[in-house]
Design a protein around this ligand. Structure first.
Ligand SMILES: NC(=O)c1ccc[n+]([C@@H]2O[C@H](COP(=O)([O-])OP(=O)(O)OC[C@H]3O[C@@H](n4cnc5c(N)ncnc54)[C@H](O)[C@@H]3O)[C@@H](O)[C@H]2O)c1
Length: 383
């Protein structure tokens, strides 16, 4: 297949590009390095520096003989993106090209505007590139489980049937974003649902939970192929942050009571899920397929205890501290999200085992000198 990866320089986009290239697909990775720019502006650089896309594509070619093409392009530029779709004629576009940080989106007006304009802008451009230049291309879009919030009822996969005054209708499941970033993803889902309803384009919207890890079959081959690994409060996801805190001897920063439950997944399972979605396009026309993409539920407190236990076993003395929650969110809440769709397509989850956590902590211990402890405590408050 011809697979276009938008956001191909990113934490998930780069391993995705390598994953598809390794399986014989023709891959074009596109990025405008927004993430690198925002990380530098907010002093949130990753644990280790990563080469730019052309250098990493060269490294893949020299190590494996597989080729990944790359382009520096702003995906909010609808004309340029449509031109690229015309030239490359993708069978599938995997759309990661967004500002992915909730704290960043809550820093102030400029960051809120950038998040909204960029995220809705890239999604609108992708939809129109498909409409204008590649009508049979399947859009695989990364949404987030955070779109649903934490309602006091079961969370379904994208849709819910509601009976009201004796009549029934099927709606997109209600969304309640906890940050402006999450709200931008809700707008994406609405745009995708709208244009699918009108035009019958093929769309899979993946509601993904927080991802952890740095390993994939391809990334493990050589240090130059690793994705960027953020452990700061703005761009780091919680398991990655705790692992670095444990290795650096900093008490794990549990926000508030730590009772917040979310669905998590290993980076390798993101790759599996995206591949399963790509190889099995949706069968219903005029409705986006929405799949909830996570493998295990944990509370933040559970995760801290797990990391502490494994870290202590490695001879570290891992502390846990509760810090005032910088977010406005329910800490005690019901959480029961469905996640059958990807399992039905064949997902075989990698679970968060003690060995897996130990591998991650040992990886950071080898680079402990690179940890900047000034990036650990929350710097952005929702208040
Ligand atoms: N990482 C997670 O835990 C997680 C969880 C749920 C959802 N997601 C979603 O998955 C996607 C990828 O997340 P990630 O963690 O890899 O983030 P990332 O920031 O590492 O990757 C996104 C990439 O897109 C690029 N990009 C952004 N705007 C662009 C534009 N206008 N033009 C071209 N490139 C652009 C960035 O430079 C970056 O390299 C995002 O949409 C995010 O919302 C991520």
């Amino acid at each position: 297949m011809r697979v276009l990866v938008l956001g191909g320089d990113g934490y998930l986009g780069w391993p995705t590009a390598m994953h598809f290239a390794a399986r014989g697909h023709e891959v074009l990775a596109v990025d405008n390095y927004l993430r690198r720019r925002l990380a530098a502006e907010t002093n949130s650089q990753p644990l280790l520096p990563t080469d730019d896309l052309p250098s990493r594509c060269d490294a893949v070619a020299s190590l494996s003989g597989k080729s990944i093409a790359c382009r520096d392009l702003d995906c909010t530029d609808g004309e340029a993106l449509a031109g690229l779709f015309r030239d490359f004629a993708p069978d599938t576009v995997i759309h990661y090209a967004e500002q992915p940080s909730a704290p960043y989106s809550m820093m102030g007006y400029d960051q809120a505007r950038l998040t909204l304009q960029n995220n809705i802008g890239t999604t609108l451009s992708v939809i129109w590139a498909v409409l204008r230049a590649a009508p049979h291309c399947h859009i695989v879009k990364l949404g987030t489980m955070g779109e649903y919030g934490t309602p006091n009822i079961d969370i379904e996969e994208g849709w819910i049937e509601i009976e009201h005054k004796g009549r029934k209708e099927r709606f997109l499941y209600p969304r309640q974003g906890g940050s402006l970033y999450h709200t931008s993803k809700i707008c994406d889902t609405d745009l995708l649902a709208f244009y699918t309803r009108l035009n019958g384009i093929a769309v899979t919207d993946l509601m993904q939970g927080p991802v952890y890890g740095i390993s994939s079959d391809e990334a493990d081959r050589d240090a130059r192929l690793r994705p960027h690994f953020h452990y700061d409060d703005i761009f780091g996801t919680v398991i990655n942050r705790f692992v670095v805190q444990a290795a650096a001897g900093v008490p794990l920063t549990v926000y508030g009571s730590g009772s917040q439950v979310r669905g998590y997944l290993d980076l390798r399972d993101t790759l599996q899920c995206v591949e399963l979605a790509t190889l099995n396009p949706p069968t219903k026309k005029f409705e986006p397929r929405i799949l909830n993409q996570f493998t295990e539920l944990f509370s933040v407190r559970d995760l801290a205890e797990r990391v502490k236990q494994v870290g202590d076993g490695l001879g570290l003395e891992v502390g846990i501290r509760s810090v005032p929650n910088p977010r406005k969110e329910r800490e005690e809440h019901f959480y029961q999200p469905a996640h059958d769709g990807l399992a039905t397509l064949g997902l075989k989850p990698h679970v968060l085992s003690d060995d897996r956590l130990a591998e991650m902590i040992e990886f950071v211990l080898r680079h402990r000198d690179a940890v900047d402890v000034g990036k650990i405590l929350p710097r952005v408050s929702w208040a």
